[in-house]
Design a protein around this ligand. Structure first.
Ligand code: HEC
Length: 216
């Protein structure tokens, strides 16, 4: 009688443990695709492994707006200033391209035409940055729009460090110029090239691989 009780008790204990396991134990391995509590996002100026990470943006002092000077506000005295207050190098342009594509293109489009993907999802107020008005806008005012937002565009100041904002503006200017170029913008020695057929044809699109029929 007592023996039978012990056997049943033992089986119940095993069954309960099998179902519930040892609760209360802290697991140190979060499931794939989740973020553990207390995890800190990498800071924007955290060193990156990409080749183009060296520049004003990777400087330890690179940060969010702190001062009241042109570099930090886009303002010269009471007016918007213009000009890129960093040396405009190939690296700066590439950095700007990368940052523009990450933080602006989904709304304004890769060529700043105002046709980013979010427009299809209902953000109808996105503007083209190719408009004459924006082309003529001072760099400082654009800096301010990135920093503080404008009407229905939210502020990106808390997300984009100051040197990256200027890199984005430098790249935006090149996008604007690319869509409004005149023959005088082409160096004389390259003008003849304009009549040549393009040499670098995009690679032929590969025929899509046929999906295999599921094996029976
Ligand atoms: C989430 C969508 C979104 C993103 C991302 C975005 N914008 Fe905008 N932007 C807008 C909208 C919407 C407007 C129109 C604002 C209005 O007038 O209502 C606008 C307007 C502007 C204007 C014109 C402001 C003016 O004075 O009329 C500039 C310049 C601009 N954006 C630059 C940028 C740059 C540079 C970035 C990337 C750092 C960026 N935007 C990222 C949505 C976005």
């Amino acid at each position: 009688m007592l023996r039978g009780f012990f056997v049943i008790f033992l089986l119940c204990t095993i069954a309960i443990l099998a179902v519930f396991g040892f609760r209360g134990q802290v697991s140190t391995a979060p499931p794939l695709g989740t973020v553990p509590i207390g995890y800190e996002m990498p800071k924007p100026h955290a060193p990156e492994t990409q080749a183009m990470s060296v520049g004003p943006w990777s400087h330890p002092n690179a940060s969010f707006s702190v001062g009241t000077d042109y570099y930090d506000t886009g303002k010269m005295g009471d007016h918007w200033g213009t000009g890129i207050p960093l040396e405009v190098t190939r690296e700066l342009m590439e950095r700007g391209q990368q940052r523009f594509n990450i933080t602006c293109a989904m709304c304004h489009g890769a060529a700043a035409m105002g046709n980013g993907i979010v427009k299809q999802y209902g953000l109808a107020t996105v503007v083209s940055l190719q408009d004459e008005r924006i082309r003529k806008m001072s760099d400082g005012e654009i800096f301010n729009t990135i920093t503080n937002g404008k009407n229905t565009m939210m502020a990106y100041g808390p997300n984009i460090i100051v040197p990256d904002r200027w890199a984005i503006i430098a790249y935006l200017r090149s996008l604007q110029r690319s869509q409004n170029a005149v023959i005088a913008d082409v160096p004389p020695e390259h003008r003849a090239d304009l009549d040549k057929p393009a040499e670098n044809k995009p690679p032929e699109a590969k025929p899509a691989a046929k999906p295999e029929a599921p094996k029976k």
